[in-house]
Write a protein that binds this ligand. Structure first.
Ligand code: NAD
Ligand code: ZN
Length: 262
């Protein structure tokens, strides 16, 4: 079982204090969030096995540009199902702590840039501004002509929707495996990582590139790297990490942000 703050008190408070010291000395902070920050809101990560109807598919198999080309109806109905699952989910204490931090950043005399790989809107729901590297679950556009599709589509509609301009299939505005990241978002995220004194990776397996490369970029430019993940990431990314906080984001972030303001 992953440690929780309650059963590892001494070690965790020392670790959090060391992270707070490092952050207090920084001018520019870049935070990258992944699916793990929304796990405590009840949204499964990509590493969790899918449930129910979709059990026999892996998320990677469906969130894929070739999957949509091969079987658009299947991929569309999966996204409509995911939207149904995510629709009523609410931000958790981790999202709210980041919002508080963003609001206090000026008073704390540093800049905080929040970059997310998540396609949900829980950062926005909690009142934060975030750069979305992988698109947004609630937006749609045409897979043929690229025109944005602004009308709301009820999550109950599992049949394909046609583009009013060209008849092409409407798709979710999400960056699939095999697609480029949105240019402006990626430029801003790279700039924030490269100029950061502290880079904080929260709830990401650090496996999905190019987003996972942001921590490497920050480190190469001299930043301290902090990771918040109850299952610390292994492999190459692990060698980058200066401070590991192996706890759920919803537990550790409120404490950390509270201590920053003191
Ligand atoms: P991932 O699924 O690969 O990894 C999630 C990570 O979160 C794991 O390392 C896990 O140990 C960690 N985690 C689990 N619970 C946590 C908690 N309470 N606190 C902190 N960490 C916790 O996710 P990823 O790295 O973001 O990459 C997968 C891709 O999946 C992303 O591109 C993202 O767009 C997409 N995705 C998004 C959502 C979402 O928007 N909520 C959900 C699933 C997948
Ligand atoms: Zn079209």
């Amino acid at each position: 079982m992953s440690p929780s703050l309650t059963d590892t008190d001494k070690m965790s408070s020392e670790l959090i204090s060391s992270a707070v010291q490092v952050i207090k000395a920084a001018k520019n902070i870049c935070v990258l969030t992944g699916a793990g920050i929304s796990a405590e809101s009840g949204i499964p990560t990509f590493r969790d096995k899918q449930s129910g109807l979709w059990e026999r598919f892996s998320a990677e198999e469906l969130a894929n540009v070739t999957a949509f080309e091969r079987d658009p109806a299947l991929v569309w109905s999966w996204y409509q199902w995911r939207r149904g699952e995510v629709k009523d989910k609410q931000p958790n204490p981790a999202h709210f702590a980041l919002t508080t931090w963003q609001q206090q950043a000026e008073a704390l005399e540093h800049r905080l840039c929040l970059v997310t790989q998540n396609v949900d809107d829980l950062h926005e729901q909690s009142g934060s501004e975030a750069i979305h590297l992988h698109g947004e679950l609630w937006r749609n556009h045409c897979s043929s002509c690229g025109a944005p599709y602004e009308q709301d589509i009820d999550t109950q509609i599992t049949e394909l929707v046609s583009c009013p301009k060209c008849g092409g299939h409407i798709r979710p505005s999400i960056v699939w495996f095999g697609e480029m990241l949105p240019h402006q978002a990626w430029q801003s995220a790279q700039r924030a990582a490269a100029t950061s004194d502290v880079f904080i990776s929260i709830g990401t397996s650090s496996l999905v590139y190019p987003a996972a490369g942001l921590a490497q970029l920050a480190k190469a430019k001299g930043a301290m790297v902090i990771e918040i993940n109850p299952n610390p990431t292994g492999g190459q990314s692990n060698r980058l990490i200066d401070i590991q906080l192996p706890y759920p984001a919803g537990q550790v972030l409120p404490i950390l942000v509270n201590q920053l303001a003191r």
